[in-house]
Design a binder for this molecule. Structure first.
Ligand SMILES: Nc1ncnc2c1ncn2[C@@H]1O[C@H](COP(=O)(O)OP(=O)(O)OP(=O)(O)O)[C@@H](O)[C@H]1O
Length: 500
C-alpha cells in the first residue's frame, strides 16, 4: 500500500513525513476530501471521497513524483546560505504564526532582521532572516517584506525540525491548530526544558549496548494513581484517577488526537459554568493508557476533567420510568434538572457555541447531584454552518436531532429542539415500547394528557418543538418560563395540601 511504502521510504531516507488534512469541498453527497503529504517540507496533495482515500492518493502522488526523479528526495535545505524560495505549494501556511507559537510555548526570543534590499522601487526584493535565541536561521527572499519574512519563517521552521531536541508533538499540534483554525486552545504544548516525555537512553537487554531507544514515561501514570475504568465513548476511554499531589479524584478522558478531540478541549477550555463538566488541562502522550493500538504515529490527548457520577440522566429517566405513577416528586426533580440544563445551554449559546448533541446520555451529575452537561465532541461555532450527520441515536431508536440538523444551515435552535424532547422524558413516562410517543413529539404532538398535568411546561415545550427554528424560543426565555412553572406548581401544591 502506498502509505506504508512512503512511510518506509521516509524512514530509510530519514526524511520527515507528515499528513495534513487540507479540508473538504462540495455538498454532502458529492463531498471530496483533500489530504496532503508533507515529506521533508515538500507537499503532495491527494483528493478522494473520504480522508482515507485522499491520504492514499496523496501518498501515491508523492511516490510517483519521487520515482520520476523530478525532485531530489534526499535534498536538504541549504542552511546557512541564502535561499531563493521558489516553492509556492505551502504559500497558504502561516509559518510566522508557527514560529511565534513555538517561541511562546518554549519561552524563546525571536526577531526578524532585514539583511538586504535589492532592485528598483517598482521591483523590490527583500531579504529577511529569523533569529531565535540568538541563533540565525537562513535568509528568505520575497517581493514584499511580509513575503520575505514568511519565507524566512518557513526556512527556520524546517531547520528547527532537524534539531535533535525537536519534539514532534509540538509540530503535530501546531498543524492540527492550522487545519482546525484553532488559535487559542489551551492544550499544554511541550516545553523542551520541561519535557513531558522523558527520553532516557536505555540499555538494550539483548546486546547490552546503549541504544538511542527511548523509554517513555507517561504523565498520566506519573501524576495519577488508582486508575479506574469508567466507560468508553465513540472516541476514547474515560478513567477515574487520583491526582497524587492534589489528592483529589478526576475524570481523565484518553482519546486519539484528531479533529473531534481538539474541538472538544478547545470548547471546554472556553467554558466555566456550574452546569457544564469542568475542564482542567489536557496534554499529549505517545501512547494510550492500557491501549491496544500498535500505531507508532498516533498521539493521544489526555483530558483532565471534573469527576462526575457514573449515573447519567439516561439512567435517571430509566429509573423513574420503572416507577408506575407520574408523581409530584418526579415533576419537582424533573423541573429542577430541566432548569439546570437550560442554564448550561444558555451559557453555551452566550459563548457562541452550539452543543449539537444534547441527549440524556450526555448529561451527567456532579458528585453533589448538580446537572453537568458533557461530551462537547460535536460542538461547533454558532457561525460554522456545517451539516451534521448523527453519530449515535440513543437506545438505538430515538433521535434528539432537530429536523433541520442534517442540512447545511442551522443555528443554536437545534439545541432547543433537543431540550424539548429531553423535557418530555424528564416529566413523562416514555418507556421502552412507547417510542411512538417520542416520534409524535418530534412532530409537535405531545401526549394527549400531558397538558392537563403540565399546563405551564406544555406551553413552552410546544414552542421548543416547533419545526421552524425561528419559532423556537431562546434558552433565556425557556429558563424564565420554567421559573414560572416552578412557582405555579408550588402554589398548586400548597393549595392542594391546604384543601386536604
Ligand atoms: N467527567 C466524567 N466523570 C465521570 N464519568 C464520565 C465523565 N465523562 C465521561 N464519563 C463517562 O465515560 C463514558 C464515556 O464518555 P464519553 O464522553 O467518552 O463518551 P460518550 O458520551 O458515551 O460517547 P460519545 O462521545 O460517543 O457520544 C460515559 O459512560 C460517561 O458517562
Amino acid at each position: 500500500m502506498a502509505v506504508a511504502k512512503l512511510n518506509e521510504y521516509a524512514q530509510k531516507a530519514r526524511l520527515d513525513l507528515r499528513y495534513e488534512d487540507v479540508g473538504c469541498d462540495g455538498l454532502d453527497h458529492i463531498r471530496t476530501f483533500t489530504m496532503r503529504v508533507i515529506l521533508d517540507g515538500k507537499t503532495y496533495d491527494g483528493v478522494g471521497k473520504n480522508k482515507k482515500e485522499a491520504k492514499l492518493k496523496a501518498a501515491e502522488n508523492a511516490l510517483s513524483i519521487l520515482s520520476e526523479g523530478t525532485i531530489d528526495p534526499l535534498g536538504k535545505p541549504n542552511h546557512g546560505t541564502r535561499v531563493n524560495f521558489q516553492d509556492n505549494s505551502c504559500a497558504e501556511t502561516n509559518f510566522i504564526g508557527y514560529i511565534n507559537h513555538y517561541c511562546q510555548q518554549t519561552n524563546r526570543s525571536q526577531s526578524y532582521v532585514e539583511e538586504e534590499r535589492r532592485g528598483t522601487p517598482d521591483k523590490r526584493q527583500f531579504f529577511f532572516k529569523v533569529i531565535i535565541d540568538k541563533k540565525d536561521y537562513p535568509v528568505g527572499e520575497g517581493k514584499s517584506v511580509k513575503k520575505a519574512k514568511q519565507n524566512a519563517a518557513q526556512l527556520a521552521w524546517s531547520a528547527l525540525q532537524e534539531q535533535p531536541d525537536w519534539d514532534r508533538q509540538v509540530y503535530h499540534v501546531l498543524y492540527f491548530f492550522k487545519s482546525l483554525n484553532i488559535h487559542a486552545v489551551r492544550v499544554q504544548l511541550l516545553n523542551p526544558f520541561i519535557p513531558l516525555f522523558s527520553k532516557d537512553a536505555v540499555k538494550d537487554q539483548n546486546t547490552g549496548n546503549s541504544q538511542n531507544e527511548t523509554s517513555i514515561e507517561s504523565r498520566f501514570t506519573l501524576d495519577f494513581d488508582s486508575m479506574e475504568y469508567l466507560g468508553i465513548g465513540a472516541f476514547g476511554r474515560v478513567y477515574k484517577a487520583r491526582h497524587k499531589l492534589l489528592e483529589k479524584d478526576f475524570a481523565v478522558k484518553v482519546v486519539c488526537l484528531e479533529e473531534k478531540s481538539l474541538r472538544e478541549v478547545g470548547t471546554l477550555s472556553d467554558l466555566l459554568h456550574p452546569n457544564i463538566v469542568r475542564y482542567y488541562v489536557s496534554w499529549l502522550e505517545h501512547s494510550e493508557y492500557q491501549g491496544d493500538s500498535d500505531s507508532t504515529d498516533s498521539s493521544y490527548l489526555y483530558i483532565q476533567m471534573e469527576l462526575c457520577d457514573t449515573k447519567t440522566l439516561k439512567e435517571w429517566i430509566e429509573e423513574k420510568n420503572t416507577q408506575s405513577l407520574q408523581d409530584s416528586k418526579r415533576r419537582e426533580e424533573g423541573l429542577s434538572i430541566a432548569q439546570q440544563i437550560v442554564s448550561g445551554v444558555e451559557y453555551i449559546h452566550s459563548k457562541k457555541h452550539i452543543h449539537r448533541d444534547l441527549k440524556p446520555a450526555n448529561i451527567l451529575f456532579g458528585l453533589g447531584g448538580e446537572v453537568k452537561i458533557g461530551d462537547f465532541g460535536l460542538v461547533t461555532r454558532d457561525d460554522d454552518g456545517d451539516a451534521l450527520i448523527e453519530r449515535t441515536k440513543d437506545s438505538g431508536t430515538v433521535s434528539y436531532m432537530a429536523p433541520e440538523q442534517n442540512k447545511k444551515n442551522y443555528d443554536r435552535k437545534v439545541d432547543i429542539f433537543a431540550l424539548g424532547l429531553i423535557f418530555l422524558e424528564l416529566f413523562w413516562k416514555v418507556s421502552t415500547g412507547h417510542e411512538k410517543m417520542f416520534t409524535e413529539a418530534r412532530c409537535q404532538n405531545l401526549p394527549k394528557d400531558f397538558p392537563q398535568t403540565f399546563l405551564q411546561e406544555n406551553r413552552i415545550m410546544e414552542l421548543m418543538l416547533r419545526e421552524k427554528p425561528e419559532e423556537r424560543p431562546e434558552a433565556s426565555k425557556v429558563k424564565a418560563e420554567l421559573e414560572c412553572a416552578k412557582t405555579f406548581n408550588a402554589q398548586n401544591e400548597r393549595q392542594k395540601n391546604a384543601t386536604v
